[in-house]
Design a protein around this ligand. Structure first.
Ligand SMILES: *Cc1c(COP(=O)(O)O)cnc(C)c1O
Length: 455
């Protein structure tokens, strides 16, 4: 066997990748049991001798490609998962070749510049204050963590406590207020920051999962209020503008977990859902969800840039120290990392403001299309379909569960299972740039045909 050189390897990979993406439309969404079984052939001890790189890639494509879930395709409706726009995949490949460790501006001017520009464009399209600081992180989990670390630093500084010097032990207690529907990753971020589950003041929610303002406790600084734009089940958004007015009167910090819901800001027809959200103090969002860039990509936006920098920047004698320059790692938990801004920049530039709005709004309309037909067929839709999430139940728990399992196995589309306020439901999340009305209709035909076998 001949050894593949670099050019052959990259051509091989691009050909296989193109083939993979071109066949997404026609392949089944979930991997077949057969292809999943093939993964067992990878299970062997690490050989002493190396394997030809071409053979390594060959194995990867022949064994693993068929065993992937069609998440990049137009009929994957599980969790809240975008695909990746072709331009972002291509930009990502190029940036991977550059292999830029985008921690500091001086050694990586190109990728640091793209990140700074992306940040400004994001603030613009999401309608957030232009002076916000921002960190490019792995996803909304780390974006929540980064924002909440800034919040913790800031509210303690206001209480004359220097967290960096004095630490968290013995600090003034912080009141942390969350909604009953807080995303588990936001709760995890709080845990990582030293706030235990039992220390959280939980505000009851309404039928859509929004915090009930009439149940808000008395707020007392130092205080952090964790709100949500885009409930993972219903898509509902807290009344963040109103909450911010109330919270700020007590000196509290308002954080928004807007992993996907924040993108409603980009769509004129959906802006009413996130009215006044710019009054908050920090916002976490994902780009790998609704902006449809490759994994992993999340952003932490913080109104008080100095709080973000104070909680994230490191100082070491050998590191560049020029406060005029935006060093990406001053705003993130990570030091070494990939150039996340590149994919974001490519997505935003190729779509433009209108393109982003169209992509997000199209998904919202397709969600309504799902809900309308399922309702017409007599199935219960459990949520107000305001964004891209649809909750449908086919009856009792065991029937709904069996139908969902069969839909997943059948392979036309893929939707997940969830529980909403005591009811088992199928969750349909429309988040992919490539999904069309035809994809939705094809999926509906399969869903209804399968459901009719049971009910
Ligand atoms: C997806 C999601 C998260 C977690 O985001 P990751 O990118 O998986 O870390 C947090 N909050 C909400 C509301 C989400 O939808």
């Amino acid at each position: 066997m001949t050894t593949y050189n670099r050019e052959q390897l990259l051509r091989f990979a691009s050909e296989r990748a193109i083939n993979y993406l071109e066949t997404l439309q026609t392949r089944r969404v979930s991997p077949s049991e057969e292809s999943a079984k093939q993964l067992a052939t990878l299970q062997h001890a690490l050989p002493n001798e190396g394997t030809d790189p071409g053979e390594v890639l060959e194995t990867l494509d022949t064994v693993c490609s068929p065993a992937t879930m069609g998440m990049a395709g137009p009929r994957f409706f599980g969790f809240v998962i975008g695909g990746a726009l072709p331009v972002t995949v291509a930009a990502n490949w190029l940036a991977t070749s550059w292999d830029q460790n985008t921690g500091y501006f001086a050694p990586t001017p190109a990728t640091s510049t793209l990140e700074a520009i992306s940040l400004q464009w994001l603030l613009d399209i999401l309608g957030l204050p232009k002076t916000c600081g921002g960190g490019f992180v792995t996803g909304a989990t780390m974006a929540n963590f980064t924002c909440l670390a800034s919040a913790r630093h800031h509210v303690l500084a206001n209480a004359r406590w220097d967290l960096n010097e004095q630490g968290f032990n013995g600090a003034p207690p912080i009141q942390v207020v969350v909604g009953g529907e807080i995303h588990p990753t936001a709760q995890k971020a709080l845990r990582l920051l030293g706030f235990g589950n039992k220390q959280l003041v939980v505000v009851p929610v309404d039928s859509q999962g929004r915090m009930r303002l009439d149940k808000l406790p008395a707020l007392k600084a130092p205080c952090i209020v964790v709100t949500q734009a885009g409930n993972v089940n219903t898509g509902a958004c807290d009344a963040i503008g109103e909450l911010s007015d109330i919270a700020h009167a007590s000196g509290a910090w308002v954080h928004v977990d807007g992993a996907f819901g924040l993108w409603a800001r980009a769509v004129p027809e959906r802006q009413y859902l996130v009215d006044g959200i710019d009054k908050a103090d920090s916002w976490a969002t994902d780009c790998h969800k609704w902006l449809n860039v490759p994994y992993d990509s999340g952003i932490a936006f913080v109104r008080h840039e100095e709080a973000l920098r104070a909680s994230m920047a490191i100082t070491a004698a050998y590191l560049p120290q020029d406060s005029e320059i935006r060093n990406p790692s001053d705003f993130t938990p990570e030091l070494s990392r990939r150039a996340r801004g590149v994919d974001v920049w490519a997505a935003l530039l190729s779509l433009g403001k209108q393109g982003v709005a169209d992509m997000v709004f199209s998904n919202c309309n397709l969600a309504v299309r799902f809900a309308d037909r399922l309702r017409a067929e007599g199935f219960d839709i459990l949520n107000d379909v305001v964004l891209n999430q649809v909750l449908v139940t086919f009856g009792d728990e065991s029937t709904t569960t069996r139908i969902i399992e069969e839909i997943q196995r059948e392979g036309t589309c893929w939707c997940g299972i969830t529980k909403w306020q005591g009811k088992t439901a199928m969750r349909i999340s429309v988040s992919c740039w490539a999904t069309t009305e035809k994809d939705v209709d094809t999926s509906l035909d399969a869903i209804i045909r399968i459901a009719r076998k049971f009910v």
